[in-house]
Design a protein around this ligand. Sequence first.
Ligand SMILES: [Zn+2]
Length: 280
Amino acid sequence: MALSPFSPITVQSPLLSRYEQGVVHAFGTRHGGMSGGDYSRFGGKGNDMLRNGEAQKAIAAAHFSREAPRFCMMQQVHGAEVLIVEDDKKARSGASSGDGLITATPGIALTVMTADCVPILLFEPHRKVIAALHAGWRGTAANIVAKAVALMQTRFGATPTALVAAIGPAIGACCYEVDEAVRSRLARYAGDAQAGCFTASLVPSRWMLDLKAINRLQLLEAGLIADNVDVSPLCTACEASLFFSHRRDKGKTGRMFNFIALKNTALTSASSAQSTPTQF
Ligand SMILES: [Zn+2]
């Protein structure tokens, strides 16, 4: 689906949007924050971070019909640690480090920050359990999606074939050139020409990497069915007016926030009227 002509503050997965009775989600853009300059408008430190945090909460709250979610963030470290969130107070502290969050508690917005890395949101509609993952090349090499799916299965009884996944905007193969060292860490996916995870770069010994494609393959390997995996075609490096890009902006950039939260159906079932979101 095409982007709308105005600058959206968030974009949604058409697939995950079908489950809006049970779950709310959004992939952020660079718009809607409070910072200026290179970080416009979701970046910076100190007071900017606090002000942006409030702006993010306001944006997320707008996706809920009545009650704002409680945010759960983590210190992302480009690993494959997946944390289970059960306690509301811990959810708000954001003190833990990891790159994946899982919860079955309604009203907690699992949040990951990205600026080229792949944000992945998962929902199992029968067991009502969700996950938010941050997958750069290191997290992808460590197969963070397999770890998350296994935890959702063993701890919450989720069925992989019932899982719905949305792979959000991230740097595309068009813009993500990597060296042989990175390719060797993801060598398992390098030989599959059909999947197109790696294509030759114009520069010798360099490769164009499609991280979204590898994460999709890993989800399928973990037991998800192809129709239940949505992949955003949007490239964060190409779409400069819409997204921050660590690679394009040479590190001097902000971060998009992406979140998923289970709705408290008892609270929200009466009011489903919402504005039409921008889908990718
Ligand atoms: Zn691109």
